[in-house]
Write a protein that binds this ligand. Structure first.
Ligand SMILES: NC(=O)c1ccc[n+]([C@@H]2O[C@H](COP(=O)([O-])OP(=O)(O)OC[C@H]3O[C@@H](n4cnc5c(N)ncnc54)[C@H](O)[C@@H]3O)[C@@H](O)[C@H]2O)c1
Length: 350
């Protein structure tokens, strides 16, 4: 079975993907600096797989370290090769992701996301590992007014976080020499991942106050702290912004199909939108959460936020066709699973 290096593998999307990859039998090297996650997520992944009678002990190798330390990354490639199990491919999740923080401290974001990715890609090149799935984001489309955003929609980043994603996309485009095509690259542009593993054992565990609407809804329901909904005067059916929410397990499964696709096909670079193709407003999300979980989500309206877009929904046909992947879980599932995670782990992994 192939050995995959997972960067950011103890984080929200990383830990769910790790559980799916182990279930499929892959052998994993997991790297994380733990700047925004806990190693306990991997203990929980082991618990999930134990319940399914899947033996993974030899296949889960964790290394604490920072991608900005290139000698650390080099050592992972070298020691894997020495063991006779060279790293065949990389799924690169590691990065900082808080848009607002990136505006306040852009250097921190360029340092972590760009230097870290550059070191990783350079080390892959030197160690002749040329298969990578990269976590990009719909944020590279900026304030796009297309009804559905396709991969060829206008790219226009509007914050430093988005710029760091785009610059890594550009680097990956540059190293893929159009004539000789030596790499296998999948750039996945995620829309809005929410929810949690159905078991309630792993989920989103931000170490700082969350920025995204779903963890804020969960906190509002749990702590009875009022959620701020930014703007009720957008030109949508109820005046609130529309987004494409995707269950984190559907997103995790997209990574399995993406790396599998790269392993089985010729050298290439593909950009793929990973969303459901369905748009829901913030009020739709709140109402669904209240209904399926039988809880109240207190909220107030406040002014529109600078830089927000009215509607961002994916055209996901390319991912469906190329990867033969389909998002299976509903908004109700996302709300139920996210709430189960919170109730079982009110303080996250602590
Ligand atoms: N969650 C979202 O809404 C979303 C949307 C689009 C794209 N993404 C991207 O997906 C990836 C994963 O996001 P997530 O939601 O799981 O975030 P997360 O913070 O839960 O996971 C990221 C992980 O990377 C680790 N990390 C950060 N910098 C590192 C470094 N320099 N070296 C080693 N480890 C480092 C963190 O400790 C964390 O465990 C990120 O690159 C993010 O930008 C996330």
């Amino acid at each position: 079975m192939k050995r995959i290096l997972i960067t950011g593998g103890t984080g929200f999307i990383g830990s769910h993907t790790v559980s799916c990859l182990l279930e499929k039998g892959f052998d994993l090297c997991i790297v994380d600096s733990l700047i925004n996650s806990s190693k306990k997520s991997l203990e929980r992944v082991k618990e999930i797989l134990k319940k399914k009678n899947i033996d993974i002990n030899e296949k889960i190798n964790f290394f604490k370290g920072d991608l900005r330390d290139k000698s650390f990354i080099d050592s992972l490639f070298k020691s894997s090769a020495k063991e006779g199990k060279p790293i065949d491919g990389v799924i690169h999740f590691a990065g900082l992701k808080a848009v607002a923080e990136s505006v306040v401290d852009p250097i921190k974001y360029w340092d972590n996301n760009v230097i870290g990715s550059f070191n990783l890609i350079k080390s892959m090149n030197e160690n002749n590992c040329k298969t990578i799935v990269f976590s990009s984001s719909a944020t590279v489309y900026g304030n796009n007014s297309d009804q559905l955003i396709s991969e060829s929609s206008n790219i226009n980043t509007i914050n430093p976080y988005g710029s760091t994603k785009l610059v890594v996309e550009n680097l990956l485009n540059d190293i893929q020499d159009k004539n000789s095509r030596k790499w296998k690259i999948a750039i996945l542009r995620y829309f809005n991942p929410i929810g949690a593993h159905h078991s309630g054992l792993i989920g989103e565990n931000p170490l700082e106050k969350p920025n995204n609407v779903f963890p804020l809804i969960i906190n509002a329901a749990y702590e009875k702290d009022r959620l701020k909904v930014f703007g009720n005067d957008w030109p949508t059916h109820d005046g609130t912004c529309i987004r494409d929410y995707i269950h984190v397990m559907d997103l995790a499964e997209a990574h399995i199909t993406a790396i599998d696709y790269l392993f089985k096909n010729n050298n290439q670079l593909i950009n793929l939108n990973i969303g459901t193709g369905k748009g829901y407003s913030v009020l739709d999300l709140i109402k669904t959460f209240e209904k399926v979980n039988n809880v109240e989500v207190p909220f107030i309206f406040s002014n529109r936020r600078d830089g927000d877009s009215c509607k961002l929904v994916a055209n996901n046909l390319k991912a469906k066709q190329i990867l033969n992947w389909n998002p299976l879980r509903s908004l109700e599932d996302m709300c139920r699973d996210g709430w189960r995670w919170k109730q079982m782990n009110p303080k996250g992994y602590f």
